[in-house]
Ligand binder design. Structure first.
Ligand SMILES: [Zn+2]
Length: 554
């Protein structure tokens, strides 16, 4: 079954613990405790048998069927399949108070936990903390799918909203098929209500947080809004992330470059510089007095503070970008391209925040944070953010800052933000030039946009897109020596040149438990996003005067 499209948001609703009876509390604790033990057991089994269970092209998925062969006896089998009367780890025998469906949900939770660990391991190597090694007192809630719970609205004086959870703790042992129901009162606020109404409720998770407060985490799938291409004309917004200007955006419509905006965060640059100086001083001290614990502690503190400040500014930036995109969406079907910074980490190590290395202040993690939040924010607005017709792409930034957007020649940058083309004498702000080129990349990579007739950058990019696809098909390497053909070389890998942010949906649910697939590790993204403020004061937005003559006259 194909996975359903759409993005999933999670809505955290507090449980009205005080309104619960002693028995219900006890039950809930028992259920969550049992689930935790089952999930832990499964995680242990997966870890022990990892080599046999890995599947998929990249060997980063767990084979559900093979896991079942290890853990579940099978008496009723389809013809052609052998019965399994004994298995190495009989979970059902070990945990007699769990129903088959609940067990499947536990398995699903364990598998997705393990798979997100595998993904992490791929990135971080064996330093990634194993799911089996986490604090043993922490409970792991299972994802309960919609078939086994209900959100109910009542007129009861105790609570308006209730979570009706199927409780099979006793009935399984007694062999009853109709299970009891556990009614959990919820504190649903208008905010929660609005969030819940945005889509279809798919699953939930009951858990207690660090301070012992109980919550229900409800997964709601928001439907994707199809592109209303008959209503608004398309336009592409290119985003160039930078330092002095936190971001520069250019809106490219089929006929011309519409507008450019600079998102400045001046105090950020100053504050970060201040912290960087402090860090540098402390580092010098630390090397001269290697045993001074106070210096090291202070160094850690300062680094932490610097990080927090950067995070806060990034959040504001993303919020402002999203507001701007929303505003543009009233007139256009907006596509968003953001330039991927390359090797910026290394550049940061080399430079002392001067010259080229200056850009290093945007670290790769900051970049990932910004793109991920943007991606998420757009998905929440109902955008398609992955696949062929994605409206959000991360495109390689190579050449975008130095190539003239009008004629494609290599230009010069006599000053940090001044771009001059020696070939067509076009002069503009260097960030603007970059942003337009980034928008062009998206047009080039999005086949859907090629059918829209355009002028200037639009037409050039469509041409380049067609050429690169042709090349990709022929698989002939470009051997040209001019810059233009170098650009083609970069793009000749065709569609794959763009990095799609596939991590859109927190987890996609199939309609049956078996097809579902989740990634609890990603839930955090939504949580951080939910706190994004709309504080604009830290930054000045400038709107460039509309280019009067369109592309040819500039
Ligand atoms: Zn030029």
């Amino acid at each position: 079954m194909a996975r359903s499209r759409g993005t999933t948001i999670s809505v955290k609703v507090p449980i009205n613990w005080d309104a619960m009876t002693k028995r219900t509390r006890q039950r809930l604790r028992q259920i969550v405790g049992r689930d935790t033990r089952v999930i832990r057991a499964l995680l242990g089994i997966i870890e022990q048998n990892e080599n046999n269970l890995l599947t998929g092209r990249k060997k980063n998925k767990i084979h559900d069927g093979k896991l079942d062969e290890l853990t579940l006896t099978a008496i009723k089998v389809r013809s052609g399949h052998g019965k399994r009367s004994t298995v190495p780890h009989d979970i059902k025998a070990r945990f007699p108070r769990i129903s088959t469906n609940e067990l499947q949900e536990c398995r699903q939770t364990a598998v997705s936990l393990y798979e997100s660990y595998l993904a992490l391991r791929e990135k971080k190597g064996w330093n990634a903390s194993r799911p089996t090694a986490v604090n043993t007192t922490r409970r792991i809630p299972r994802w309960v799918f919609i078939q086994r719970f209900k959100l109910e609205y009542t007129t009861s004086s105790v609570s308006r909203w209730w979570l009706g959870l199927r409780d099979s703790l006793d009935s399984v042992q007694e062999g009853r098929t109709i299970h009891d129901k556990l009614n959990i009162p919820l504190k649903v606020s208008p905010f929660h209500h609005n969030q819940l109404r945005r889509g279809e409720v798919k699953a939930c998770q009951v858990f207690a947080d660090r301070v012992g407060k109980w919550w229900v985490n409800i997964a709601v799938r928001v439907a994707i809004v199809e592109i209303p291409d008959t209503i608004n004309p398309p336009a592409v917004l290119g985003i160039d992330l930078g330092i002095e200007k936190a971001a520069c955006t250019s809106l490219v419509s089929p006929t011309k470059v519409r507008e450019t905006r600079y998102f400045r965060q001046k105090d950020k640059v100053e504050i970060i510089r201040k912290y960087d100086r402090l860090v540098a001083d402390l580092q010098r001290k630390a090397t001269s007095q290697p045993n001074n614990a106070g210096v090291l502690r202070r160094l850690r503190q300062i680094r932490h503070k610097r990080e927090n400040v950067a995070c806060e500014y990034d959040r504001v930036l993303v919020r402002n970008l999203l507001n701007y995109i929303e505003e543009l969406s009233e007139k256009y079907t907006v596509y968003v391209a953001i330039g991927r910074l390359k090797n910026i980490r290394n550049a940061a190590r080399k430079g002392n925040f001067k010259g080229r290395g200056f850009r290093g202040m945007i670290h790769s993690w900051a970049f990932a944070r910004i793109t991920e939040s943007l991606n998420h924010g757009l998905a929440q607005q109902g955008w398609s953010v992955s696949g062929k017709n994605t409206r959000f792409r991360v495109v390689p930034e190579a050449w975008t800052s130095i190539m003239c957007w009008k004629c494609g020649t290599k230009g010069t940058r006599p000053k940090q933000n001044y771009f001059l083309c020696p070939s067509c004498s076009h002069q503009t702000n260097a960030d603007r030039n970059g942003a337009i080129n980034i928008a062009g990349r998206l047009i080039m990579l999005t086949k859907l946009l090629h059918s829209v007739r355009g002028l200037g950058k639009w037409a050039i990019s469509v041409q380049a897109g067609k050429r690169s696809r042709l090349k990709a098909r022929k698989k002939k390497p470009s051997k040209g020596k001019s810059l233009l053909s170098k650009q083609e070389l970069i793009s000749s890998s065709g569609e794959s040149a763009a990095v799609h942010f596939a991590q859109t949906s927190l987890f996609s649910f199939g309609d049956k438990t078996r097809e579902s697939d989740n990634d609890p590790a990603v839930v955090k993204t939504v949580e951080t996003l939910a706190v994004v403020g709309s504080d604009d004061s830290t930054q000045i937005q400038e709107k460039e005067a509309r280019s009067s003559g369109g592309i040819p006259s500039q």
